[in-house]
Unconditional design. Structure first.
Length: 303
Protein backbone atom coordinates (compact mmCIF):
# COMPACT_ATOMS: atom_id res chain seq x y z
CA UNK A 1 0.00 0.00 0.00
CA UNK A 2 1.25 3.48 -0.87
CA UNK A 3 2.36 5.76 1.93
CA UNK A 4 0.18 8.87 2.15
CA UNK A 5 1.53 12.41 2.46
CA UNK A 6 -0.83 15.15 3.63
CA UNK A 7 0.10 18.56 2.22
CA UNK A 8 -1.07 21.93 3.48
CA UNK A 9 -0.49 24.67 0.94
CA UNK A 10 -0.55 21.92 -1.67
CA UNK A 11 -2.10 24.12 -4.36
CA UNK A 12 0.62 26.79 -4.06
CA UNK A 13 3.88 27.34 -5.94
CA UNK A 14 5.97 24.80 -4.02
CA UNK A 15 3.03 22.51 -3.21
CA UNK A 16 2.18 21.87 -6.86
CA UNK A 17 5.74 20.87 -7.71
CA UNK A 18 6.15 18.77 -4.58
CA UNK A 19 2.90 16.92 -5.30
CA UNK A 20 4.21 15.78 -8.67
CA UNK A 21 7.55 14.68 -7.19
CA UNK A 22 5.77 12.66 -4.48
CA UNK A 23 3.54 10.95 -7.04
CA UNK A 24 6.59 10.05 -9.15
CA UNK A 25 8.16 8.48 -6.06
CA UNK A 26 5.23 6.23 -5.29
CA UNK A 27 3.34 8.22 -2.65
CA UNK A 28 -0.31 9.13 -2.58
CA UNK A 29 -1.09 12.73 -1.72
CA UNK A 30 -3.88 14.31 0.32
CA UNK A 31 -4.24 18.09 0.11
CA UNK A 32 -5.85 20.19 2.81
CA UNK A 33 -7.59 23.10 1.12
CA UNK A 34 -10.02 25.84 2.07
CA UNK A 35 -12.19 24.91 -0.90
CA UNK A 36 -13.57 21.51 -1.92
CA UNK A 37 -12.06 20.03 -5.09
CA UNK A 38 -12.68 16.85 -7.03
CA UNK A 39 -10.31 13.99 -6.25
CA UNK A 40 -7.81 12.79 -8.84
CA UNK A 41 -5.93 9.49 -9.12
CA UNK A 42 -3.63 9.34 -6.08
CA UNK A 43 -4.64 12.90 -5.03
CA UNK A 44 -7.42 13.43 -2.49
CA UNK A 45 -8.70 16.80 -1.33
CA UNK A 46 -9.93 17.59 2.17
CA UNK A 47 -11.25 20.81 3.65
CA UNK A 48 -9.94 22.82 6.56
CA UNK A 49 -10.48 26.33 7.88
CA UNK A 50 -7.77 27.58 10.19
CA UNK A 51 -9.65 30.70 11.26
CA UNK A 52 -12.67 28.59 12.27
CA UNK A 53 -10.48 25.86 13.77
CA UNK A 54 -12.07 23.13 11.64
CA UNK A 55 -10.44 20.27 9.75
CA UNK A 56 -11.55 17.07 8.03
CA UNK A 57 -10.16 14.59 10.53
CA UNK A 58 -10.07 11.75 7.98
CA UNK A 59 -7.17 13.47 6.20
CA UNK A 60 -5.08 13.32 9.37
CA UNK A 61 -6.12 9.81 10.38
CA UNK A 62 -5.08 8.48 6.95
CA UNK A 63 -1.73 10.32 6.96
CA UNK A 64 1.69 8.70 7.17
CA UNK A 65 3.42 12.07 6.79
CA UNK A 66 2.36 15.70 6.99
CA UNK A 67 4.21 18.38 5.02
CA UNK A 68 3.05 21.77 6.25
CA UNK A 69 3.59 24.51 3.64
CA UNK A 70 0.58 26.74 4.32
CA UNK A 71 1.06 30.38 5.21
CA UNK A 72 0.10 33.84 3.95
CA UNK A 73 2.51 35.20 1.33
CA UNK A 74 4.85 37.37 3.37
CA UNK A 75 5.59 39.70 0.45
CA UNK A 76 2.13 40.04 -1.06
CA UNK A 77 0.89 43.15 0.78
CA UNK A 78 2.21 46.06 2.84
CA UNK A 79 2.92 45.09 6.46
CA UNK A 80 0.11 46.81 8.31
CA UNK A 81 -0.67 45.71 11.86
CA UNK A 82 -3.55 43.60 10.54
CA UNK A 83 -1.40 42.08 7.80
CA UNK A 84 1.37 41.16 10.24
CA UNK A 85 -1.15 39.35 12.43
CA UNK A 86 -2.49 37.45 9.40
CA UNK A 87 1.04 36.38 8.41
CA UNK A 88 1.80 35.09 11.89
CA UNK A 89 -1.59 33.48 12.52
CA UNK A 90 -1.56 31.64 9.20
CA UNK A 91 1.62 29.87 10.30
CA UNK A 92 1.27 29.51 14.05
CA UNK A 93 -2.46 28.76 14.32
CA UNK A 94 -2.46 26.34 11.38
CA UNK A 95 0.34 24.35 13.04
CA UNK A 96 -1.52 24.40 16.35
CA UNK A 97 -4.66 23.06 14.61
CA UNK A 98 -2.66 20.17 13.16
CA UNK A 99 -1.13 19.47 16.57
CA UNK A 100 -4.45 19.47 18.39
CA UNK A 101 -5.94 17.09 15.82
CA UNK A 102 -3.00 14.71 16.13
CA UNK A 103 -3.10 14.91 19.93
CA UNK A 104 -6.86 14.45 20.29
CA UNK A 105 -6.89 11.35 18.10
CA UNK A 106 -3.62 9.93 19.43
CA UNK A 107 -2.38 9.81 15.83
CA UNK A 108 1.24 8.88 15.18
CA UNK A 109 3.04 9.90 11.99
CA UNK A 110 6.27 8.77 10.40
CA UNK A 111 7.24 12.45 10.25
CA UNK A 112 5.93 16.01 10.41
CA UNK A 113 7.81 18.38 8.10
CA UNK A 114 7.19 22.11 8.24
CA UNK A 115 8.24 24.98 6.04
CA UNK A 116 10.15 27.82 7.63
CA UNK A 117 12.41 30.56 6.28
CA UNK A 118 15.94 31.87 6.39
CA UNK A 119 14.20 35.04 7.58
CA UNK A 120 14.58 33.53 11.05
CA UNK A 121 18.10 35.03 11.02
CA UNK A 122 16.59 38.49 10.62
CA UNK A 123 16.29 41.41 8.23
CA UNK A 124 19.96 42.27 8.63
CA UNK A 125 22.78 42.79 6.13
CA UNK A 126 26.13 41.50 7.32
CA UNK A 127 28.69 38.88 6.35
CA UNK A 128 27.87 36.39 9.12
CA UNK A 129 27.40 32.88 7.72
CA UNK A 130 24.24 31.71 9.46
CA UNK A 131 23.92 28.06 10.46
CA UNK A 132 20.99 26.31 12.07
CA UNK A 133 22.48 27.15 15.50
CA UNK A 134 22.56 30.92 14.81
CA UNK A 135 20.09 32.59 17.22
CA UNK A 136 16.79 33.84 15.81
CA UNK A 137 16.57 37.59 15.31
CA UNK A 138 14.22 39.82 17.30
CA UNK A 139 12.70 41.59 14.28
CA UNK A 140 9.41 40.72 12.58
CA UNK A 141 10.81 38.11 10.20
CA UNK A 142 12.83 36.45 12.94
CA UNK A 143 9.85 36.42 15.29
CA UNK A 144 7.47 34.93 12.70
CA UNK A 145 9.82 32.09 11.82
CA UNK A 146 10.70 31.44 15.46
CA UNK A 147 7.02 31.14 16.46
CA UNK A 148 6.30 29.07 13.34
CA UNK A 149 8.98 26.56 14.26
CA UNK A 150 8.04 26.77 17.94
CA UNK A 151 4.52 25.65 17.10
CA UNK A 152 5.96 22.38 15.75
CA UNK A 153 7.66 21.47 19.04
CA UNK A 154 4.50 20.07 20.71
CA UNK A 155 4.22 17.74 17.71
CA UNK A 156 7.80 16.62 18.32
CA UNK A 157 6.85 16.04 21.96
CA UNK A 158 4.18 13.58 20.79
CA UNK A 159 7.07 11.36 19.70
CA UNK A 160 6.79 12.33 16.03
CA UNK A 161 9.97 13.02 14.05
CA UNK A 162 9.79 16.72 13.23
CA UNK A 163 11.75 18.68 10.60
CA UNK A 164 11.79 22.39 9.74
CA UNK A 165 12.96 23.49 6.27
CA UNK A 166 14.34 27.05 6.38
CA UNK A 167 13.85 28.14 2.80
CA UNK A 168 15.69 30.83 0.86
CA UNK A 169 14.55 32.64 -2.28
CA UNK A 170 12.81 30.01 -4.43
CA UNK A 171 13.51 30.10 -8.17
CA UNK A 172 10.97 28.35 -10.37
CA UNK A 173 9.09 28.58 -13.65
CA UNK A 174 6.17 30.96 -13.98
CA UNK A 175 5.76 31.83 -10.32
CA UNK A 176 7.50 33.12 -7.22
CA UNK A 177 9.99 35.98 -7.27
CA UNK A 178 10.88 35.52 -10.94
CA UNK A 179 7.27 36.13 -11.92
CA UNK A 180 7.64 39.63 -10.47
CA UNK A 181 11.11 40.36 -11.87
CA UNK A 182 10.91 38.91 -15.39
CA UNK A 183 8.69 41.65 -16.90
CA UNK A 184 11.20 44.33 -15.85
CA UNK A 185 14.32 42.45 -16.89
CA UNK A 186 12.81 41.15 -20.13
CA UNK A 187 12.35 44.73 -21.31
CA UNK A 188 15.77 45.80 -20.02
CA UNK A 189 14.37 47.84 -17.14
CA UNK A 190 15.82 45.77 -14.31
CA UNK A 191 18.48 46.98 -11.90
CA UNK A 192 19.95 46.26 -8.50
CA UNK A 193 18.17 47.44 -5.36
CA UNK A 194 19.54 49.71 -2.65
CA UNK A 195 23.23 49.08 -2.07
CA UNK A 196 23.05 45.84 -4.05
CA UNK A 197 25.28 44.28 -1.40
CA UNK A 198 22.49 42.49 0.48
CA UNK A 199 22.80 38.70 0.27
CA UNK A 200 20.13 36.66 -1.52
CA UNK A 201 20.28 32.98 -0.46
CA UNK A 202 18.47 31.15 -3.27
CA UNK A 203 17.35 27.64 -4.19
CA UNK A 204 15.91 26.09 -7.34
CA UNK A 205 12.42 24.75 -6.73
CA UNK A 206 13.47 21.26 -7.90
CA UNK A 207 16.12 21.11 -5.19
CA UNK A 208 13.72 22.43 -2.56
CA UNK A 209 11.18 19.72 -3.39
CA UNK A 210 13.95 17.12 -3.29
CA UNK A 211 14.87 18.32 0.22
CA UNK A 212 11.27 17.77 1.33
CA UNK A 213 11.37 14.30 -0.23
CA UNK A 214 14.65 13.60 1.59
CA UNK A 215 13.08 14.72 4.86
CA UNK A 216 10.29 12.20 4.29
CA UNK A 217 12.54 9.33 3.27
CA UNK A 218 15.50 9.84 5.62
CA UNK A 219 14.54 8.83 9.19
CA UNK A 220 17.71 10.45 10.53
CA UNK A 221 16.63 13.96 9.54
CA UNK A 222 15.14 16.03 12.33
CA UNK A 223 15.20 19.64 13.46
CA UNK A 224 15.93 22.68 11.26
CA UNK A 225 17.78 22.63 7.93
CA UNK A 226 18.78 25.58 5.77
CA UNK A 227 17.53 25.12 2.21
CA UNK A 228 19.59 27.57 0.16
CA UNK A 229 22.78 27.66 -1.87
CA UNK A 230 25.80 29.06 -0.03
CA UNK A 231 27.45 30.96 -2.90
CA UNK A 232 27.49 34.53 -1.60
CA UNK A 233 25.00 35.82 -4.16
CA UNK A 234 24.18 39.48 -3.54
CA UNK A 235 21.35 41.49 -5.05
CA UNK A 236 23.82 43.05 -7.48
CA UNK A 237 25.15 39.64 -8.57
CA UNK A 238 21.60 38.28 -8.91
CA UNK A 239 20.45 41.27 -10.97
CA UNK A 240 23.46 41.06 -13.32
CA UNK A 241 22.92 37.31 -13.79
CA UNK A 242 19.24 37.79 -14.60
CA UNK A 243 20.07 40.51 -17.13
CA UNK A 244 22.69 38.23 -18.69
CA UNK A 245 20.07 35.51 -19.22
CA UNK A 246 18.10 38.06 -21.24
CA UNK A 247 21.22 38.99 -23.21
CA UNK A 248 22.16 42.43 -21.94
CA UNK A 249 24.14 44.36 -19.33
CA UNK A 250 22.29 46.42 -16.73
CA UNK A 251 22.39 50.11 -17.69
CA UNK A 252 20.07 51.62 -15.10
CA UNK A 253 21.32 52.86 -11.70
CA UNK A 254 20.37 51.02 -8.52
CA UNK A 255 16.86 51.67 -7.26
CA UNK A 256 17.31 53.96 -4.21
CA UNK A 257 16.43 52.37 -0.89
CA UNK A 258 14.32 55.36 0.22
CA UNK A 259 11.96 54.92 -2.75
CA UNK A 260 11.27 51.33 -1.78
CA UNK A 261 10.81 52.34 1.84
CA UNK A 262 8.26 54.95 0.77
CA UNK A 263 6.43 52.45 -1.43
CA UNK A 264 6.59 49.38 0.78
CA UNK A 265 7.14 50.64 4.30
CA UNK A 266 8.62 48.08 6.67
CA UNK A 267 8.17 45.35 4.06
CA UNK A 268 11.06 46.91 2.11
CA UNK A 269 13.29 44.86 4.45
CA UNK A 270 12.54 41.85 2.26
CA UNK A 271 14.58 43.29 -0.61
CA UNK A 272 16.93 45.71 1.14
CA UNK A 273 18.47 43.25 3.60
CA UNK A 274 19.78 39.71 3.48
CA UNK A 275 22.13 37.31 5.25
CA UNK A 276 24.27 34.43 4.08
CA UNK A 277 23.37 30.91 5.18
CA UNK A 278 25.32 27.67 5.17
CA UNK A 279 23.98 24.47 3.62
CA UNK A 280 26.48 22.23 5.44
CA UNK A 281 23.88 20.47 7.61
CA UNK A 282 21.61 19.35 4.76
CA UNK A 283 24.60 18.29 2.65
CA UNK A 284 25.93 16.24 5.58
CA UNK A 285 22.84 14.01 5.22
CA UNK A 286 24.04 13.03 1.74
CA UNK A 287 21.80 15.47 -0.10
CA UNK A 288 23.34 16.93 -3.25
CA UNK A 289 22.03 20.07 -4.93
CA UNK A 290 21.38 19.73 -8.66
CA UNK A 291 21.53 23.49 -9.22
CA UNK A 292 24.56 25.14 -7.62
CA UNK A 293 25.24 27.84 -10.24
CA UNK A 294 22.89 30.82 -10.33
CA UNK A 295 23.07 31.29 -14.10
CA UNK A 296 22.20 27.64 -14.71
CA UNK A 297 19.24 27.87 -12.33
CA UNK A 298 17.94 31.06 -13.95
CA UNK A 299 18.30 29.68 -17.45
CA UNK A 300 16.45 26.52 -16.47
CA UNK A 301 13.59 28.57 -15.01
CA UNK A 302 13.33 30.96 -17.94
CA UNK A 303 14.03 28.88 -21.04
Amino acid sequence: MKKNVVLTGGTGFVGRELTQLLLKNGFSVSILSRTVKNNLPDISYYQWDVAAGTIDVKAILDADYIVHLAGENIGAKRWTKVRKKAILDSREKSTQLLYSTLQQHNKQLDAFISASGVGIYGAISDTLLCSETTPAANDFLGMVCQKWEGATLPIRDLGIRTVQIRTGLVLGKGDGVLQQLVPLFKYRLGSAIGSGKQFMPWIHIDDLCRIYLAAIQNPEMQGPYNAAINDGTTNSIFSKALATVFGYTIWLPNIPAFLLQLALGEMAQLVLTGRRVTSTKIEATGFQFQFTQLNDALEDCLR
